[in-house]
Design a protein around this ligand. Structure first.
Ligand code: SF4
Ligand code: SF4
Length: 86
């Protein structure tokens, strides 16, 4: 699958993502760490867990430096892919 994203899949961004996705209530409630791609959904695309099986408990992305530095919008990349929720 080709995933269109301007966000780099690099260690610096992964570290930012760990601070924000791993503490996100949606991430924790739905145990998204157990399913690929596990992290950096804004770069790697949505979780392999089907979106209808993910309960929305909120999104930390707008506070993440990767979100801000890359001028992202939408959030909830784990559910909706690199474009985020529109
Ligand atoms: S914007 Fe969201 S998905 Fe992307 S690195 Fe930050 S917390 Fe992770
Ligand atoms: S993409 Fe947003 S909603 Fe999904 S786990 Fe990361 S912070 Fe939470």
């Amino acid at each position: 699958m080709i995933i269109m994203s301007n966000v780099a899949d690099i260690e610096k961004n992964i570290e930012h993502c760990k601070k924000n996705c791993l503490t996100c209530p949606t991430y924790q409630y739905n145990k998204l760490g157990g399913t690929p791609p596990e992290l950096l959904f804004c770069a790697r695309g949505k979780s392999d867990k089907p979106v209808h099986e993910i309960k929305d408990e909120g999104c930390n992305c707008p506070a993440c430096p990767v979100f801000i530095e890359n001028d992202l919008s939408g959030g909830w990349f784990c559910m909706f892919g690199t474009k985020g929720r529109v």
